[in-house]
Design a protein around this ligand. Structure first.
Ligand SMILES: Nc1ncnc2c1ncn2[C@@H]1O[C@H](COP(=O)(O)OP(=O)(O)O)[C@@H](O)[C@H]1O
Ligand SMILES: [Mg+2]
Length: 251
């Protein structure tokens, strides 16, 4: 059975990387094979493009060219990492994906929506996320967190934009979630990480369904594009016992 594809979206410092890691831990605890990945990047070719994008080297070329570079990186990431993982039955948890291009280069960067849609059709095709968790936080709070995380290092290409840019990002993410409520869930990203993680878990269980948390025959020792992983599949563990484990794990 094809694995589930979950993406985290939201502005700088909203807690995407933190929450992606917490979700991956919870899924692996149930013995689910998970590939944890991120954009831009997630495959060797895409990681090379990541540097060009986040260093700001591509900024003078304009938002449309940036959108094409993000799309090129995404195509490689999908082909090399995401689709093979889903086909094996592994779940994929991805920190940023196509909504980031819609928001940063589209809604805020003013790239023609037809160009954004065309790039998405070519790169994403039918590999649309099963669930997108939109972490929602006021721009000022997110920027403050991102600055704290850097500890004096330089802001990247997008962190360096002003607060109104980040406020527009937030509005654009909320608009996507409102337009696609079946795929997206907006999560209040202001509480403590553990509380957000509990909320994320409730949504994952409700949307993707306990009965779906069943990946028979899949080796949990998946190669990550980022962190190492742990966790094994119990061959005796069928849908019912996994369902019980999942229910027990939900607060
Ligand atoms: N819920 C939270 N409350 C306070 N600080 C947080 C929370 N979640 C994450 N952080 C901190 O804020 C910073 C940004 O979090 P991170 O997960 O890197 O965000 P993102 O990946 O969305 O940019 C990090 O230093 C992280 O430790
Ligand atoms: Mg991050």
């Amino acid at each position: 059975m094809r694995g589930k594809f979950i993406t985290f979206e939201g502005g700088e410092g909203s807690g995407k990387s933190t929450q992606a890691a917490l979700l991956v831990t919870r899924l692996r605890r149930l013995g689910i094979a998970v590939v944890q990945t991120r954009e831009p990047g997630g495959s060797p070719g895409a990681e090379a493009v990541r540097h060009v994008l986040l260093s700001g080297a591509a900024k003078p070329l304009g938002a449309e060219t940036e959108a094409m570079l993000f799309a090129a990186a995404r195509a490689d990431h999908l082909e090399r990492t995401i689709r093979p993982a889903l086909a094996r039955g592994a779940w994929v948890v991805c920190d940023r994906f196509a909504d980031s291009t819609r928001v940063y280069q589209g809604a805020v960067g003013k790239v023609d929506p037809a160009v954004i849609r065309a790039l998405e059709r070519v790169t994403v095709g039918d590999t649309v996320p099963d669930l997108t968790l939109v972490l929602d936080l006021p721009a000022e709070a997110g920027l403050a967190r991102a600055a704290g995380r850097r500890e004096g290092a330089d802001a990247d290409r997008f962190e360096a934009e002003d607060v109104s840019f980040h406020a527009r990002l937030r509005d654009a993410y909320r608009a996507i979630a409102a337009a696609e409520p079946e795929r997206c869930a907006v999560i209040d990203a202001s509480p403590a990480p553990q509380r957000i993680s509990d909320e994320v878990w409730t949504v994952v269980c409700a949307r993707l369904g306990a009965a779906q948390v069943h990946t028979p025959g899949v080796d949990a020792d998946e190669g990550d594009t980022g962190t190492s992983n742990a966790g094994t599949i119990d061959p005796e563990s069928g849908g019912a016992s996994r369902r019980a484990a999942l229910d027990a794990a939900v607060p």
